[in-house]
Ligand binder design. Structure first.
Ligand code: ADP
Length: 395
């Protein structure tokens, strides 16, 4: 091997390393060697773990027959042959294919992909109209198969690590949740017990106004407790997918106004700006969708107190979009990706009570409607939650 080949490899390694996405790295790999190894189509087949069928996980058309890119089924039989034999397979056009139509003269070469300790896939090249693969071509293609397997393995390890991180985070959140929830349960119970004990004391008499005040506190705290328990049950049902939804055509603009009116009776000082377009109906569960909006109101009230809320709706492309914007302190960008996880609460000094269940419940409900929910936030400017639902009944 001479120095110029080595420096080419060196450059290739660096270029591939720079690509985060394994498919981009594969593009670099195949392109870099095209001077020495010309092919028309390339495809990577990988065994699907559950069904054991083959999936095309990468396909490119570089030369003739470019339209064949999407149709990577051309090599399925060959890929199966490569995987079951565990060896390189070479196939020329055979007698019938040696006519004048180059597209019928397929030269195929396939290599098994050893991923982990098992052959789980195949890398296939096709060349239309020859020439036959030379020894050099076979070596280059073999090298590319080796790299392809390494890249797939790297990708799978990255995915496994991300999953592990998420499970670990979930376990940490669960631990925090136990302490949060015991605090959240004890606080209202403490009030209820304290004020009812006071009312029951034989040695003291309370005037009517004080009695009412105490009873009001007991009433509100009992509501808080009920909401907390409902949220816990709801999130458990959503997680186990046993929550029932009752779908019917819903007019979101009027649903939003109803929820806002209810919220307003409890928070008369709250300013709500509406920018409502007339929306097409969605197929939804009105009770559950109200719950989503109530949660967003309740968060805006908790985390952006004394600031107005702007609710906008917009219909486009058979979709309906609703946004809830507050003018609160906002949420640091690093925390945004976790906001909809079960039990997640933004870390830091806490004066506001909560369990980290609200946004999880919102997301699960929106997803059950085949919709999306996401958040955008700018520090010191405010936070906006967006919900998108399909306008046409798809359920
Ligand atoms: P909880 O309010 O019970 O903590 P949620 O799931 O409703 O749980 O919200 C998760 C976290 O997201 C909250 O702890 C809070 O830090 C943050 N958050 C939610 N809504 C807002 C908002 N409008 N402004 C700022 N932070 C918010």
């Amino acid at each position: 091997m001479d120095i110029s080949t080595l420096s080419q490899f060196d450059k290739l390694f660096h270029d591939m390393q720079k690509k985060q996405d394994w498919k981009d790295a594969l593009d670099v790999l195949f392109l870099s060697m095209r001077n020495s190894f010309v092919f028309d189509n390339v495809a990577v087949y990988l065994e699907e773990l559950q069904s054991r069928g083959l999936d095309v996980i990468y396909a490119r058309a570089k030369g003739r027959g470019k339209t064949a890119e999407a149709d990577a089924a051309w090599g399925e039989g060959m890929a199966n042959e490569v995987i079951s034999s565990g060896r390189m397979v070479l196939k020329g056009p055979g007698r019938g294919g040696r006519g004048s139509d180059r597209m019928k003269q397929t030269h195929l070469i396939g290599f098994p992909l050893l991923i982990g300790s098992r052959i789980r896939g195949a890398l296939l090249f096709v060349r239309f109209g020859g020439p036959d693969y030379s020894n050099l071509h076979v070596h280059i293609a073999a090298l590319q198969a080796f790299w392809t397997a390494a890249l797939i393995e790297r990708k799978e390890l990255q995915e496994a690590r991300a999953e592990l991180d998420s499970v670990q985070r979930q376990m940490r959140l669960q631990d925090d949740f136990v302490s949060t929830i015991s605090h959240e349960l004890r606080t209202p119970l403490g009030f209820i017990k304290g004020y009812s004990t006071s009312l029951l004391r034989q040695d003291t008499t309370w005037d009517n106004a004080t009695q009412r005040e105490f009873l009001n506190i007991i009433d509100e705290e009992a509501d808080r407790l009920t909401k907390l328990i409902e949220d816990m049950l709801e999130s458990a049902r959503l997680q186990s997918r046993t929550l029932q939804f009752k779908f019917s055509p819903i007019r979101l603009d009027s649903l939003l106004r109803d929820v806002a009116t209810r919220v307003h009776t409890h928070h008369p000082r709250l300013m709500i700006d509406f920018h409502l377009e007339t929306l097409p109906p969605v197929s939804g569960d009105g009770v559950r969708l109200s719950q989503v909006f109530e949660n967003l109101f309740s968060n805006a009230i908790k985390y952006a107190p004394d600031a107005p809320i702007t609710i906008s709706t917009h219909a486009f492309d058979k979709k309906v979009q609703i946004s809830f914007a507050d003018k609160g302190e906002g949420i640091p960008e690093d925390y945004l990706p976790f906001l909809f996880e079960r039990f997640y609460r933004v870390p830091g000094e806490r004066t506001v009570t909560g369990t980290g269940l609200g946004l999880y419940i919102c997301k699960q409900i929106v997803m059950a409607h085949h919709g999306k929910i996401w958040v955008e936030s700018v520090l010191d400017k405010g936070t906006t939650f967006f919900i998108e639902l399909p306008a046409e009944p798809t359920l």
